[in-house]
Design a protein around this ligand. Sequence first.
Ligand SMILES: [Zn+2]
Length: 468
Amino acid sequence: MALGAVPSRPAAIFAQRGYYLLPNRTPTLGHAACRDMLDAIAEDGANTVILWLAGGFRSKKFPITWQYNAENENVRADFMRKLISHAQERGLKCLLGFTPFGYDGVNQYPREHPELKALGTDGKPVAEFGIHSWGWNLCPAKPESQRFMLEYIRELAFEFYPEADGLFIESSDYAICHCSECGAKHFDHEFQFVRTISEEAWAQKPDATIVVYPHYFSGAKLRFSFSEAVATKQPFDPRWTLFFTPHSAAIEPGLIAQAKGSWWWNEAPSRCNIPGIRAGAQRAREAHCTGYMPSLECYSYIETHEEFGEPWLNGRRQVPFGFGWLAEGASPYRELPVRAARLAYREYTINPDLSDAALHAVLGRELFGRHWQPAQVEDTLELCRVFATDRDWSVPAALTTPGLVESRRKAGRLDATKLASLRDQLARVRAIAGRNQNAKTAGGRELACIAQWLSAQWQGANAAILEG
Ligand SMILES: [Zn+2]
């Protein structure tokens, strides 16, 4: 190395690095906040992002798909085209995310066409389901369902955001259709759409990255969160990139060997779960995946239905990552717990076996400067654990939301052990606030502010909630 040269960073072991993001579920995050999100991700050396946009753009052909999401800043102002070209200038490839025949936006179509609803095992139309976008899966055997899917995604990919680098086609983890034409053939019908839209996208852009699930090729038995199904065995086109998840798409080495790329996902970064990020990077490496593309999603919609068994949240606005000290609409992606998760992701995608001591040194240096103290890193990791406690997709961490904890207590869902562990956690948070109250570095002041904000949630009337 020449004298004075900046040492280059060691290379990441994954060709594709970045996150699975859901701007369709953050209606309050406008152009500036989303741009900050992508800038932060680019600064970490990422090169790919999945931008889930079904239900989050102002479709002209199917306005029913965004009525539930009319307050979404991108539905209102359509800044995504500008954002995608900015991301590309920063070195990020952008893939447009959606689910065929289900989930956000798509599951609204049966409001106008109830005859397209998928059928359950009892032969009756499936019940309403969703996260943010509540609706019904479509039966993929019905020609009108196929026409809708093709026209909706053509509009998304070829009319709204033709500059995007490809598609992320997320097969539903929720249910299949059990009508007489679907059942064991559900994924054959789904695949008909997947193959058609893939060929159309490649015709427009031969090097487009198109990410699909293994369900169409593996013939494997599938176990979803809500149901079971059998995958189909269609011919695999090696231009596809495959996507694998712990909950709905098990690793398939035979397919990975044929594919242009293979990506592993987990939820760890979205939960500020640092050991989970290491486990994800290790799993991706063991499986010979070319990418580790975990979730860094957060939500800011108002719940319209009870989600994840928490009635208290119904009617309330989700707070991105539970960071209630931020103003509504502010970017949460540079707050300390997410910065720690991003740094962990950056480091573990270079070396999934990085020692704790080496990771702590990186966190210490980058968050607190060269005079960092081990206690500051321990405090940061403790706050990450706080924001991961009792989390689910649309359920915030316990200590961020006393009303939610109280509702669990009133419903008899909070036992003495859980109460005691939350009391202990709050005591540790108060100690963090005390230790850092006179901090001189920006990182130390941030530790103090977050710990003080958490402590303040449990003052006054809320103090009694944890007493049991
Ligand atoms: Zn069907």
